[in-house]
Design a binder for this molecule. Structure first.
Ligand SMILES: Cc1cc2nc3c(=O)[nH]c(=O)nc-3n(C[C@H](O)[C@H](O)[C@H](O)COP(=O)(O)OP(=O)(O)OC[C@H]3O[C@@H](n4cnc5c(N)ncnc54)[C@H](O)[C@@H]3O)c2cc1C
Length: 620
């Protein structure tokens, strides 16, 4: 394998570590959530029904408890938070921060024994819907607890939890997560900040600079990742990343001025510098040399909440936009009477429904006992919701026409605020690679023997495969048990269920072909990996909406017919997208234009310019 191949292989391998080693103390969840990760099995053409059906159920007691938290928070956000002022002044007012603290929102997932609310992931997702109404506040709170203090909850010792969590939960101390550096963004493993053990072995001396740190100017407690020398298993000294809890009061900690950002302007983002900061050895978070795993576990566990946060914002936006469309007249008709405007509402509702369904399904998976590795699912939720936010906000702004483009209205702010979602918490490019590589690695482990036999030319395996492909090409009926006698999908959604089953089956077949065709070199095939990820995102999304809509029908929930419509439209569109994408995965299909695309981009990048001659130029 090439050097670059090794790089990607090791990235996938490092990412693939399951977070099972950590223990978290939180409220027991009374739902009946799925107990194992689901997405990986889709790579094998299988649907683990039990993992995603029925849709997780919340007990009445738990629902009451959630609503008790949600009510006052919703009241505060709708009546008191001035998002326009926050955006214009580039700062969340102190009194707003104080109120957020008094509502307990700085300690949502901190266990109750340390003064927090101890919310489950499901409850956290629900509150996220409300908090998402102001993007600057949502990012500030997420940086504090979803990443800033999360490492202490996941990997901290009893002493570290007792020392830090109470004041972080109350908001007396604000936390920040310091990973990114000027030369180390997506490639987080390449950080240069260094922590050197002092001669008396009682401190690490920390030196380095971090950039783009949310809450960097407000925080007094930082989770910092730095390179440390560790003795490797072969006895040699190696540089490995270690995570540290660093207090501003340790000395040598400074921050730059807040970045002048395009959106989420009220959140504080700045550089943070550490100069000979003495960090006691007791402040190592997790194991020395185990920092990369800590960082990935923090990021993997937090991403799912973007689904409900964005859905909360979109639900509000749909209401505001519908109000306008039903009153603004052009050509003597309300905008709402035009098909092209109506279509935008169906799209926005569909995206909100899908991301909400995936967010709560994933939250329940994370709440399940045993802490299954849901890192693919959480990455899917993040990619889908961030792109859904961008698309929907842009469509909503289009409905408002010119009024959408001015600062007197909030729509341009929504657009500016939502753009960051595709960049931070792992860029969507990196997460697509992660989704595809992690799943392919899982499939590869299970299919190794079969792929080897095929490569060796084992006649029986080859004949079996040829027979299978022949049956596939004739068009087979795929039945993975979603409907019928032991079915889990309601009959009104049978068409969507059959589409999902067919897509899953052929996805599994494609995965096997790709492993056979590329082997380990698949890590270099980003255009292939992107398609693998895109199909998987759709498959998980189809599963989530079918599961949720089936539950809604079963319980006779209000407006379940509307849900069925959304689920059916989504499944049908996703099915056709998947068919096209799967066909593109075949190198010889006319839909696959990869070689042409690569040629164009290579020519541009070689010249670092647009190449075509101006249309008015002449040959002579
Ligand atoms: C407002 C804001 C808040 C932030 N908060 C924090 C924080 O609290 N803590 C923290 O540590 N960091 C934070 N970040 C940093 C953020 O997580 C990084 O900016 C992000 O990880 C991307 O790194 P980068 O900007 O260096 O981009 P790069 O890594 O240079 O990437 C640039 C582009 O290239 C793509 N790319 C990179 N590598 C590959 C590849 N191998 N294959 C294909 N495409 C690739 C990326 O997807 C991206 O589109 C924040 C950033 C912003 C803007």
């Amino acid at each position: 394998m090439s050097g670059r191949g090794l790089f990607w292989g090791s990235v996938a391998a490092r990412f693939c570590r399951a977070p099972a080693a950590f223990t978290v103390s939180r409220r027991p969840l009374l739902t009946s959530p799925p107990s194992r990760a689901f997405a990986k099995e889709l790579f094998l053409g299988k649907i683990q029904k039990k993992e995603a059906f029925p849709f997780p159920e919340v007990s009445r007691d738990e629902l009451n408890e959630i609503n008790q938290f949600v009510g006052p928070v919703e009241k505060f956000f709708t009546e008191e938070v001035d998002s326009r002022k926050i955006d214009q002044e580039g700062k969340i007012p102190d009194e707003t921060l104080e109120k957020l603290k008094s509502l307990g929102l700085f300690g949502m997932q901190v266990p109750e024994e340390y003064g927090g609310l101890g919310l489950s992931n499901t409850m956290y997702a629900r509150l996220g819907e409300v908090i998402g109404l102001d993007a600057s506040i949502a990012v500030t709170l997420a940086a504090h607890q979803a990443i800033g203090l999360k490492g202490i909850i996941l990997a901290g010792s009893k002493e570290q939890k007792a020392r830090y969590l109470p004041r972080l939960a109350s908001g007396e101390h604000v936390a920040a997560f310091c990973l990114t550096e000027p030369a180390s963004g997506s490639d987080a493993a390449s950080i240069r900040t260094r922590a050197t053990l002092s001669a008396d072995k009682r401190h690490y001396v920390l030196n380095g600079s971090k950039v783009w740190i949310t809450n960097g100017g407000l925080a007094s407690v930082f989770t910092v990742f730095a390179k440390t020398e560790v003795v490797d298993s072969d006895g040699s000294m190696k540089d490995k990343i270690t995570a540290f809890i660093v207090e501003r009061d340790f000395g040598g900690v400074t921050n730059g001025k807040p970045e002048d950002k395009m959106g989420i302007r009220g959140s504080n983002t700045c550089e943070v510098h550490f100069e000979n900061t003495r960090v006691p050895v007791e402040n190592v978070l997790g194991e020395v040399g185990g920092g990369f795993k800590v960082a990935m576990n923090i990021l993997n566990s937090g991403r799912f909440s973007m689904g409900s946060t964005v859905a909360g914002m979109l639900k509000k936006l749909i209401g505001m936009t519908a109000e306008y469309a039903c009153t603004r007249k052009q050509f003597n008709r309300n905008l709402s009477e035009f098909g092209l405007i109506q279509e935008k509402f169906a799209l926005m509702a569909q995206k909100a429904y899908v991301m909400e369904s995936m967010a709560y399904l994933t939250a329940a998976m994370l709440d399940a006992p045993g802490f299954p590795d849901c890192s693919i699912e959480t990455a899917i939720v993040k990619v889908f919701s961030s792109e859904g936010a961008w698309t929907c906000v842009s469509e909503a702004l289009q409905v408002f026409g010119s009024s959408g483009y001015v600062r007197d209205h909030p729509y341009e702010r929504f657009l500016r605020d939502s753009r960051i979602l595709l960049i931070f918490e792992g860029t969507n490019e990196i997460l697509r690679m992660y989704i595809a590589l992690t799943g392919l690695q899982h499939a590869g482990r299970i299919l190794t023997a079969r792929v080897k036999e095929l490569k060796r030319g084992n006649v029986t395996t080859i004949m079996e495969t040829v027979g299978q492909r022949l049956r596939d090409s004739l068009g087979r009926t795929v039945d993975l048990g979603l409907t019928g006698k032991l079915g889990v999908v309601h009959p009104s959604l049978a068409d969507g269920a059959h589409k999902l089953e067919e897509n899953v089956y052929y996805f599994g077949r494609s995965v096997e072909s790709l492993l056979l065709r590329f082997g380990k070199t698949i890590v270099e095939e980003q255009l292939v990996l992107k398609r693998v990820a895109n199909v998987l995102i759709n498959l998980y999304a189809m599963t989530a909406v079918l599961s949720r809509a089936s539950r809604s029908i079963r319980l006779g929930l209000r407006d379940h017919d509307h849900e069925v419509l959304l689920a059916n439209i989504f499944c049908s569109e996703a099915y056709h997208q998947n068919l096209f994408t799967l066909s593109q995965l075949d190198k010889h299909s006319p839909e696959n234009l990869d070689e042409l695309v690569k040629k164009v981009s290579q020519q541009i990048l070689e010249k670092r310019a647009y190449i075509c001659t101006h249309p008015l130029d002449r040959a002579s």
